[in-house]
Design a protein around this ligand. Sequence first.
Ligand code: NAP
Length: 284
Amino acid sequence: MIRLGLIGCPLEHSLSPALHNAALQACGLQGVYSLFHVNQGDSRSLNALLGQVRTGELTGLNITIPHKQNIIRFLDELTPSARAIGAVNTIYIKEGKLIGENTDAPGFLTDLNNFLQKNQATGLLKDEKTEKSALILGAGGSARAVAYALANAGWTITVAARRIEQAKEIATSHLRNTHYDALHIGPLLPTFHLIVNTTPVGMFPDIHASLWIDELPFPQEAFLYDLIYNPPETLLVKQARASGLRASTGTGMLVEQAALAFHLWTGQNVPRGVMFDAINKTDH
Ligand code: NAP
């Protein structure tokens, strides 16, 4: 019996049980994916759940807000990417050790590349010699994963955040080619090929909110990727599309990061269509 779950708070709107329970069924595996509500600062509950992974009662765990960083001190090892990003979203056991991984970074990059491929942006898919410049809005946990993924794929990055010190921290960590700025990036805008929103602005229930200021023109040749997946079309994506840009929300990233975690726990490659179908059956 495979027992999986997600630790975080709040968890009410999580799509992970739908994704992973569908994956278990599609792969013919007996198992269940549960939600473990753990408040910020509740180290006792975190330790108890990690203890269950050590004993094999739980096969593996996903970690979300607010524990992606503070869980690290309870683990035995981090993968090199989780260490560089400084955040963990997946925990598994290997040779008796609790390992922390971050599947958000490769999940984002895979879905971004699918999106660029679909839109025939072949120049942006090429190796590091091609000049490609991205603007990341926000500087929290997912911004670190996105910055890591893009920097390793040869992108030059500018991070724009309301707290400049957060953006600076990303730019001065292990990431190459990363600059930082406050949200006043107007004059630089025409230089970006990609804009990535990593803030929760526009996420359900605040679906009428957008970070983008109406008067600010989008760079005409750019692509826009919004990590938010609920609603399926955010106001930011609507604004970008109305200005002629190709834009995507984060459902594909959600599926990719989940499929990578599922593979770490079970060794199985779940067909992505199974997970997309599971999301479509929810009322998100
Ligand atoms: P986080 O660690 O809390 O970071 C959020 C960032 O957004 C922080 O830099 C925060 O700044 C900034 N921010 C929040 N409200 C803002 C506002 N009104 N104006 C300007 N900046 C603002 O959160 P996260 O884990 O990175 O998640 C962010 C979003 O990504 C969520 O919507 C989440 O659902 C989504 N996400 C999607 C996927 C996927 O698979 N598609 C994966 C991960 C995350 P302060 O620190 O100053 O508040």
